[in-house]
Structures are given as C-alpha cells and as structure tokens.
Design a protein around this ligand. Structure first.
Ligand code: SF4
Length: 227
C-alpha cells in the first residue's frame, strides 16, 4: 500500500502523533517502518465527527490496515464488515474504506481504538491499554448525552468503561449486550469484526447488524425522532 504525503494531525488531549509512552510499541513501530517505509507507522488518530453521537471503539491498528493507511479499519479485512454496516445504517458515506484519501466521510459517527499504536501480534499488554486510556478518556468525553458506544471485543469494552471511570467488573462483556452508562448513554458490546471472527462465523453480518439495530433504536429514542 502506498501512503501519499499528508499533514500529521495536531496534538490534542485525545491524540498525540509523537506519543512514545509505550516503549515496546514505539520500538516495534520503528522496526515496521524500516521494513515498510510507506506505512503510516505512528499512533492512528480517531476518524470521524468530533461531536458524533456514535463512537466505535476498536482494539488497535492492524499491521497492513490502519497502521499502513493511518485511518482506523482502513485497508484491512476488519474494515470490510464495519464500513459496510456503517453505510447500511447511514453512518458512512460509502460502504468501503480502502485508503485515507478515498473520500469516505462518517456521519454522526467516530471511530477510535483502545490502543492507538500497532501492537506485535495484535496483542497489546494490559499496561499499554491503560497508558493509552488517557487518550480514549479525552475522546469519549465528547460523547453527548443520549449517545452510543459500540465496543468491538472485550478489551475495547473494558478500556471504554475505565475511560468513563466505571469498573469493568461491574459490566460483563457479551456480544449483543447493552449497558446503561448514565446521561442516557449506552455501551453496546460486539465481537470484534476481525478476519478470524468473521471467517469462523463467530461474528456474522446478521449478528453485527443486530448490534446496530440496537444502536439505531437507541439514537432514535434519545433524540425523539427516527434517523
Ligand atoms: S499506544 Fe497510546 S499511549 Fe502507547 S505509545 Fe501509542 S499512542 Fe502512546
């Protein structure tokens, strides 16, 4: 994948392109960049609308997807079902996310990750998830009352709850579960839309749509109108 030159996003409370808090991940990114000089190989910023009522929280950038393109779920298998589904429910302008400059816009939606840097083997350590939690907390602080969060997998579920100052032990993860977070905000759990989960049919398109049926119903209820 060729990544054209582009401006690096500014540092905010929710994102720092120069962050090296996780030494292991910073060293891994440097090694991957040596092997793939055209790849983004920096923390991947949130993508979408700052005031969105829906936030998707993934796990971490994939090696040849978000880590290459610099945009969450862009250019890898996990993005196929996610962007198809977001488009089907009116949260994305097109059903595919192939490259950061493909013209895709999110509508009332933002996508972020619990961990902003590519971890070896797609497995961040608990300490890395906690270190990156400050950025996630700043990001989720923008969620308006009545908003919805979709956590893709248990690690994203736990990180989301910690970022919002809840105890993960008080909210058991389960695909299809919904958790009230106060101020009419709801956390929706889903299995991650990874290649493994979709190939093994642990997560089917129908199961994923079931989660978004709940999101759409909640947002319609919380605004008093249909989308
Ligand atoms: S994972 Fe998060 S906290 Fe760790 S280095 Fe990357 S941006 Fe910083």
């Amino acid at each position: 994948m060729i990544v054209p030159d582009r401006r690096i996003p500014a540092t905010t409370a929710a994102y720092d392109p120069a962050c090296r808090r996780c030494e292991r991940l910073a060293e891994f990114l440097a090694a991957v960049h040596s092997e793939h000089p055209a790849y983004w190989c920096k923390p991947v910023p949130p993508f979408g609308v700052a005031t969105a009522r829906l936030v998707i929280v993934g796990l971490a950038p994939g090696m040849h997807g978000a880590n290459a393109s610099g945009r969450p779920f862009t250019g890898d298998h996990a993005g196929i079902l996610l962007y198809e589904t977001l488009h089907a429910y009116g949260f994305a302008s097109q059903p595919e996310g192939a490259a950061f400059d493909d013209g895709l816009r999110l509508v009332d939606c933002r996508i972020t990750n619990a961990v902003k840097c590519l971890p070896p083997g797609n497995k961040p350590t608990p300490g890395e998830v906690r270190l990156c939690g400050d950025y996630l907390a700043a990001d989720l602080a923008c969620l308006p009352d009545g908003g919805a969060i979709v956590a893709l997998g248990r690690i994203a579920h736990d990180a989301t709850l910690r970022a919002l100052s809840f105890k993960p032990g008080d909210f058991a993860f389960g695909h299809g579960k919904q958790h009230a977070l106060g101020r009419a905000r709801v956390l929706f759990d889903s299995y991650h839309c990874s290649r493994y989960n979709t190939n093994t049919r642990r997560l089917t398109p129908a199961m994923f749509r079931g989660v978004f049926d709940g999101v759409a119903a909640h947002l319609a209820w919380s605004t008093g109108s249909d989308r």
